[in-house]
Design a protein around this ligand. Structure first.
Ligand code: AMP
Length: 139
């Protein structure tokens, strides 16, 4: 079964497409968090950021790079939150990788992405060193 976003790519369901090239598409989010909320996707179906092949990731970033100023200018935004919900536990509902470009305004009170988290973990230097070493060894 193809994802709802693949159905948009195939033209099977309507969407407000604002940009399209050979490998990527950008369209308005159907349930926007702010006016101009735009999603950028690869046309091919990959679930998570890390599933996207490097060449497609390059194209995806190029489209994000192109669309951020287009969205900001169109709705006269002061800034944008640019984010991926990468995996179900992170709130990803559509299993087709997508970048949210959400226009932000000085007085929108939505806060930074840090606001999603309540208490932060207390990590001592040894724990931080261990985590850093572990990530570095996998990078
Ligand atoms: P996420 O929770 O990161 O998977 O976000 C999925 C996003 O897709 C939500 O912001 C939805 O409003 C949006 N969405 C779902 N269906 C459609 C659709 N048919 N057209 C445009 N946006 C959609």
């Amino acid at each position: 079964m193809s994802t709802i976003f693949s159905q948009i790519v195939e033209g099977e369901i309507p969407a407000r497409i604002v940009y399209e090239d050979e490998t990527t598409v950008a369209f308005l989010d159907a349930n926007p968090l702010a006016p101009g909320h735009t999603l950028v996707i690869p046309k091919d179906e990959y679930e998570r950021v890390n599933d996207v092949p490097a060449d497609v990731a390059t194209d995806l970033y190029a489209t994000i790079h192109r669309m951020v100023p287009a969205v900001e200018d169109a709705v006269d935004a002061d800034a944008t939150t640019v984010a991926f919900n990468n995996g179900e536990a992170a709130g990803q509902e559509v299993p087709h990788v997508h970048c949210h470009i959400v226009p932000r305004f000085e007085d929108d009170d939505a806060g930074p992405i840090h606001a999603m988290f309540g208490q932060r973990p207390e990590l001592d230097d040894d724990e931080l060193d261990e985590i850093a070493d572990d990530i570095e060894s996998r990078a």
